[in-house]
Ligand binder design. Sequence first.
Ligand SMILES: Cc1cc2nc3c(=O)[nH]c(=O)nc-3n(C[C@H](O)[C@H](O)[C@H](O)COP(=O)(O)OP(=O)(O)OC[C@H]3O[C@@H](n4cnc5c(N)ncnc54)[C@H](O)[C@@H]3O)c2cc1C
Length: 452
Amino acid sequence: VPLATELLAQITEVVGSEHVLEGDDLTAGFSVDWTGRYRGHTPAVVRPGDIDEVAAVLALCAEHGTPVVPQGGNTGLVGGGVPLGGEVVLSLRRLTSLAPVDTAARAVTAGAGVTIGELQRHAAAAGLEYAVDLASRDSATVGGTVATNAGGLRVVRFGATRAQLLGIEAVLSDGRVLRHLGGLTKDNTGYDLAGLLCGSEGTLAVVTAARLRLVAPRPQRTTALVAFASIGDAIDAAGAWAGAVEGVEAIEFMVSDGVGLVADRLGLARLVAAPAHLLVEAAGSADPTDALAAVVASTPGVLDVAVGRSAGQRERLWRYREGHTEAINQLGPPHKLDVTLPHDRLADFIDAVPSAVEALRPGASVWLFGHAGDGNVHVNVTGVAPDDPVVDDVVLHLVADLGGSISAEHGIGTAKRPWLGLNRSPEELSAFAAIKGALDQAGILNPNVLLP
Ligand SMILES: Cc1cc2nc3c(=O)[nH]c(=O)nc-3n(C[C@H](O)[C@H](O)[C@H](O)COP(=O)(O)OP(=O)(O)OC[C@H]3O[C@@H](n4cnc5c(N)ncnc54)[C@H](O)[C@@H]3O)c2cc1C
């Protein structure tokens, strides 16, 4: 549906004609998600350059009752940032302001469109680090990672995005601005709006900036890629190492099919044949290698260990883990089911998923990997039509039956909206609806996302 001529003219006046993109040639990249599973269509992509322009565009859309999808780097994996119902796309990528790092407070204020990679380099130039890290770092934005409460590779040590958030600036759907960027460590002045907007997936407000905690660098760092005799041994080790390895920052899980696929697709050397691998990384001011080696040596089921200490060696080991998302996507649009299990049910779940899926869809392939230190498994299923809900249904019910969460870190988006009731009670969902009504008073933000 084309936009009302009057609305289009008003928006163009606010952001300038070069920042209103129309027509499939220009908008296609904003209308399909990273996986290719979710494809929509938009009458216009609007690219405001500052918070005043964001506020003015939202106020205009609210006045016309025109729905809006906020979008950052478009690396989301649950179809939450694309215009599936013909919404206007509000791209925040031009909000790239980065304040100087406050080294005394160990914090920085970053615009919503700053990528995580840029933020990490900015922090490093001031001798600090931003703790959230993920393979999509060069495209995923501050606004998108706040909106999804992104987790990533170091949650086991530093927590997800919400744990880094000291303050927020956001625009409500009617154009009013919420700004609380003071960043005080102790600040008990009522409702935690930053915490509420974090993980709200663009349904409550548009994030324009965030005040983020930074951490001290840990200059000594060791990575080990460890092969196991069985999946159960690897899962047991992940649970034990989370508490036993000093300075542990990542415990990542892979199975044989996945490491074989990554090696083939990305042209890497084949690893030692083993049912499962864990990639573990520890860091600190002292060299963690000996302590890590001692823990690994006393772990049952270890078949082989490769150790990386220099940046280049560590990066080569990480390629096997970080390459999974890219290699699986090369097989066609996957169903991505990012879930968490209680640690003592993780091995049962990993054992049960492939046969549960293949019983219903015999041609399907199941790929399992994830952040084992957090009980987080990424179940990826290829060889199934994008709009076929059967696989999602069986896997998400299995998760709920085992006491897990249907979304560990990617969010609910469009992909898991029908199943939110597996984890959230009717009372909780009615509180969600009340919050949505109170903040998105115009009712135009991300209508296809999160709320059933
Ligand atoms: C290779 C790869 C690896 C990944 N690894 C991880 C991982 O380890 N951990 C993890 O958690 N995720 C991971 N992801 C998923 C993705 O990178 C994260 O969900 C990320 O937070 C999305 O950021 P984005 O800027 O791309 O947001 P988008 O994809 O543009 O949007 C995501 C959601 O946030 C909303 N949104 C975006 N910007 C704003 C804003 N400024 N205000 C309000 N709402 C907004 C959108 O409407 C949408 O609902 C990975 C993705 C890829 C492709």
